[in-house]
Design a protein around this ligand. Structure first.
Ligand SMILES: Cc1ncc(C[n+]2csc(CCOP(=O)(O)OP(=O)(O)O)c2C)c(N)n1
Ligand code: SF4
Ligand SMILES: [Mg+2]
Length: 266
């Protein structure tokens, strides 16, 4: 099945979102997942448009509530494969509490965060992941705060799969996304995504990003990599097997074929 839609892509030329779109499409193609079971959720922001560019069932939800929607989908029908796309402002500012609780509960869903370290759609305000000193609309004199480390936060919150990807390496990101979708439990992927218009980090990432070979055995080692500063490690930093919230709640699987449901409603 073709995943592209008729929608015109309105992201700025050179935006890191193109790499994420490509990686996701290729991951879904290679996994050969049952597309009737796949449900997407996207948040508010430039990243949120990704749902318009994929011919799949999707919700475009309100700002910060992507993890809450993923939880709702899985509690309504655990047979569905739920994948969310959020922005950094979306997930790490507006919706931070929802993110932490989705990880803590171990909802069986994947969350991909388009982390451009800026509020892109609203033209360049600082978010939780903006670098100290970042100059934008809300911080003309430079951001006075240290950035949040979302990967370290997710490790501390109990996410059972934690990864960092890079939009400039769609092939490596595709492999991470495949593993995230296959993971049973909350799979979190923070994607370093340059915003050419309001926070152009291409040069920085080209110099500092480096791929890790193996996933660390311990959470302490994962945390050390998450907090590394001289270079930025990308790859799967942590994974563990743990029962999911849906299993603990003993939610009954349902028929995932939406066409049969629609037929019954006619
Ligand atoms: C509750 C709420 N607060 C603020 C806004 C305004 N708003 C719309 S898009 C946006 C920026 C989104 O930034 P981010 O989540 O980082 O996504 P990006 O545009 O960078 O992909 C904001 C603040 C909103 N829609 N809802
Ligand atoms: S404003 Fe930034 S994040 Fe939004 S489409 Fe343009 S380059 Fe991409
Ligand atoms: Mg952003």
């Amino acid at each position: 099945m073709k995943l592209a839609t008729q929608a015109k892509i309105v992201w700025c030329p050179g935006c890191g979102n193109f790499g994420i779109l490509k990686a996701f499409k290729d991951a879904v193609g290679e996994l050969e997942v049952d597309l009737r079971r796949l449900v997407l959720v996207s948040g508010v922001g430039c990243h949120g448009k990704i749902a318009d560019y994929l011919a799949l069932s999707s919700f475009h939800t309100i700002h910060g509530r992507v993890p809450a929607m993923l939880a709702g989908i899985k509690l309504a029908n655990p047979e569905l494969i739920a994948v969310g796309f959020a922005g950094d402002g979306d997930a790490y500012n507006e919706g931070l509490v929802h993110l932490i609780h989705a990880a803590k509960k171990n909802i069986d869903a994947t969350l991909i965060v388009h982390d451009n370290a800026v509020y892109g759609l609203t033209t360049g305000q600082a978010t939780a992941t903006s670098a100290r000193g970042f100059r934008g609309r809300s911080t003309p004199e430079g951001n006075p705060e240290e950035p949040l480390n979302p990967v370290a936060l997710m490790l501390a919150s109990g996410a059972s799969f934690v990864a960092r990807g890079y939009a400039g390496d769609a092939s490596h990101l595709k492999e991470i996304i495949k593993e995230a979708i296959l993971h049973r439990g909350f799979a979190f992927v923070d994607v370093l995504q340059p915003c050419v218009t309001f926070n152009n980090t291409w040069k920085l990432y080209r110099e500092k990003v480096h791929k890790i070979k193996d996933t660390p055995e311990s959470i302490d080692e994962a945390m050390r990599l998450a907090r590394a500063e001289d270079e930025i490690p990308v790859g799967i930093l942590y994974r563990e097997e743990r029962s999911t919230y849906e299993e603990e709640m003993r939610i009954e699987p349902r028929d995932a074929d939406v066409s049969a449901l629609l037929e019954r409603m006619r």
